[in-house]
Structure formats: structure tokens, C-alpha cells
Design a protein around this ligand. Structure first.
Ligand code: ASP
Length: 169
């Protein structure tokens, strides 16, 4: 008999609106919820990926730092070295997602898929887009394992190459 194992997808959370909480009125705070909380609202993914999650930071991405970038690079390099996952999903604010994606494309070992995702609406907002984007990112990560390495952004039903994507207001 041959065994079938699901792709191992590790979610590394860094904050952003996808982990944001809206207050009374229209104000909200980015980077409030944990990686576990983001995964807890997804539908059952036990047939899609073997999921794990870690919190690397919890900031609005306007406050992303070179130190956090280095933490991401070191953690992903360690994941590759220790064979801890087949693909990585990074949750991130959208303000500087394109810069992080481009940096990671240059800095990471190119032998596993890395998918960034985020949201335009906080997690508790009406019509929150984060759960759908995270769901899609995990599915793309799991499906990419045997066909595509490198860094992509998955948002709003689209897959973007890290080298060419830009947030436009
Ligand atoms: N200010 C937020 C951030 O970049 C915006 C967002 O996530 O869309 O963290």
C-alpha cells in the first residue's frame, strides 16, 4: 500500500488588518488577533493541508521593520533546513506587503512556495475578507508544493508574482 500525506503548510503571522479588530464606529486596530485565532474561523481544512501556525510579530505593516524581515527569513530558512513544512503562508498588512514580498523573493532560499496574504477589512468587520484570503492562500500553498517555488501574494481571488505586484489606491 502506498501512503498519501497532505502538504504541510506553516502559517507565519505578522499582523496587519487581517488580524485587526474594528471598534465602535469605523476605527480599528491592526495586528490584534493571533495566528491561531485567524485559523480558527476557517472551514475544515483537514483534507487540504496539514496546518501549523506561529506568531512572528503582530504589527500594522506601516510599522514593519528590517528586524522582522530578518526574523521571517531566518525562520523560513530554518523550516527548510529542518524540513518542517512543504510551504509557508505569511499573513501581513497590505501597506507594505509588496515590499516584504519583493524582499523575501530576493532573500529566501528558492526551494519552497511562500504565499503572502492579508485583508482590506478587519477580522470582525461586516464582510471581512481575511478568512477567504487566508483560505485561498493555504489552498494555493498546498497546491504549489510540487509545481512552483518562490514568493507570491494571494488576495481577492488572484495570485500575484512578488516581483510585479503593487498596492494601488
Ligand atoms: N495598515 C494596515 C497594515 O498594513 C493595512 C492593511 O493591512 O491593509 O497593516
Amino acid at each position: 500500500m502506498t501512503g498519501f500525506s497532505l502538504p504541510r503548510v506553516m502559517v507565519l503571522a505578522t499582523g496587519g488588518t487581517i488580524a485587526g479588530v474594528q471598534h465602535q464606529g469605523s476605527s480599528y486596530s491592526a495586528g490584534q488577533l493571533t495566528a491561531e485565532a485567524l485559523l480558527s474561523v476557517l472551514p475544515d481544512m483537514s483534507g487540504v493541508a496539514d496546518l501549523s501556525a506561529e506568531q512572528l510579530a503582530n504589527v500594522g505593516s506601516q510599522s514593519m521593520t528590517y528586524a522582522i524581515w530578518c526574523d521571517i527569513v531566518h525562520r523560513v530558512a530554518e523550516i527548510v533546513r529542518n524540513d518542517q513544512a512543504d510551504a509557508v503562508v505569511i499573513t501581513h498588512g497590505t501597506d507594505t506587503m509588496e515590499e516584504t514580498a519583493y524582499f523575501l523573493q530576493l532573500a529566501l532560499p528558492a526551494n519552497l512556495p511562500v504565499i503572502l496574504t492579508g485583508a482590506m477589512r478587519p477580522a470582525n468587520a461586516w464582510g471581512a475578507d481575511g478568512p477567504r484570503n487566508l483560505f485561498d492562500a493555504i489552498r494555493v500553498a498546498a497546491a504549489s508544493v510540487s509545481v512552483r517555488n518562490g514568493v507570491s501574494i494571494v488576495m481577492n481571488g488572484h495570485i500575484h508574482d512578488a516581483r510585479y505586484v503593487q498596492k494601488i489606491m
